[in-house]
Design a protein around this ligand. Structure first.
Ligand code: SF4
Length: 363
């Protein structure tokens, strides 16, 4: 168990003046690896249908407004094949949540020969793992523990953003129509992933109406789960970006200084977990986040856009390499499962063999 700082100390870090923040930055950088990691991925938006209506979302679409209800397997495998040619190792599935509660989606899945979205994702993951030797990472919202277990047998890692522990947002424009965004459900899901020993990605969404205390509470809740199960591999600090066509279009962006201080806090509270910032949302600020303790830049795709923030183009790997080299760090490719989880406790048999092989290839 990691020695945890008190909530008062956490608050002091978030409230620190610039000189004090600089002292924290010096401490963080005094003895740390100079390695900043990223994963080379393809983003596969299997469906844009979702049971939730989050106030910041541009990913969800109505059935009348989609190119496809559920991406068919030919399209999935074509994309994966191209990604393989570009040496991507991660197949990142993205979805709306509980899409198969929609009758049209359910009927399309039945036409494809599957009972549910989980059945389909299992089949796709298994095929991608075995035929293309790429590693699936699934983030499909809240699913049962049995389904989690089943998918973990063909996924290298899985994920779910906690976003925030703030329950008041369930009554506001942010999450009032998003039952899946209930923090209790999400924490329980992350706990179930821990019980199943699934290498797990989670994170906070910043700037959606939550408070500084919520940031601290959210990190504390993740810390408790990490202390008990040790399965959290990375925490994403993701900043809300206003967009014209969303209910929250008038919400301001979070202040950069607050994001940097939160990165400092997360890196102090989680010396055993990577802190990730999305490089396409913080293109001009990557080096500042790295100096504040971020040590991972997430999935960077040479092939597909970020479907959640389609306006934010990925920087190239060369560009990121230059940025981190400029501050005396080096960029290193990783798999969608971090090295310390490459063992038979955290990876199921079929996945473990493929991961070991790919790890040798990128080393
Ligand atoms: S953010 Fe995710 S859960 Fe919320 S509406 Fe969009 S797709 Fe659904």
């Amino acid at each position: 168990m990691v020695d945890i700082i008190s909530k008062k100390e956490a608050k002091d870090i978030l409230n620190a003046d610039l000189n004090t923040s600089l002292d924290y930055i010096k401490d963080i950088n005094f003895e740390r690896s100079n390695c900043i990691t990223y994963s080379k991925n393809i983003f596969l938006p299997l469906t844009h249908i979702c049971q939730n209506h989050c106030g910041y979302c541009t990913f969800k679409k109505d059935v009348s407004d989609v190119e496809y209800l559920v991406m068919d397997e030919n399209k999935v495998f074509n994309m994966v094949s191209k990604a393989k040619e570009l040496n991507c190792t991660e197949a990142l599935f993205a979805f709306g949540e509980s899409a198969d509660k929609n009758d049209l989606v359910k009927s399309q899945l039945n036409d494809y020969g599957f009972e549910s979205m989980v059945d389909y994702v299992y089949y796709l993951s298994d095929t991608i793992l075995n035929r293309y030797e790429m590693l699936p990472h699934t983030n499909m919202g809240i699913i049962s523990r049995d389904d989690l277990r089943r998918l973990s047998s063909v996924n290298a890692s899985m994920g779910l953003m906690l976003e925030t522990t703030n329950k008041h947002l369930l009554k506001t424009i942010v999450h009032k129509d998003s039952p899946g965004k209930n923090p209790d459900k999400r924490l329980n899901f992350i706990k179930n992933a821990g019980k199943e020993n699934i290498p797990f990605t989670t994170g906070l969404l910043i700037g959606i109406g939550e408070t500084m205390d919520d940031h601290i509470d959210s990190l504390y809740e993740i810390r408790k789960l990490q202390d008990k199960y040790g399965h959290i591999q990375e925490i994403i600090i993701q900043n809300f970006k206003p967009k014209e066509n969303i209910p929250m279009k008038d919400y301001p962006e979070p202040a950069v200084i607050d994001l940097l201080k939160l990165t400092i806090l997360a890196s102090i509270m989680f010396p055993d977990v990577s802190i990730q910032i999305p490089p396409n949302l913080n293109r001009e600020l990557i080096s500042f986040f790295v100096l504040c303790g971020a040590d991972d830049l997430g999935g960077v795709s040479p092939l597909t856009k970020d479907y959640v923030n389609p306006e934010a183009i990925w920087p190239s790997i060369n560009e990121i390499d230059d940025v981190v080299n400029n501050i005396n760090f080096s960029l290193k490719e990783r798999l969608p499962v971090y090295e310390k989880f490459i063992n038979e406790k955290f990876l199921k048999e079929k996945v473990y063999e493929k991961v070991v092989k790919l790890q040798k290839e990128i080393s």
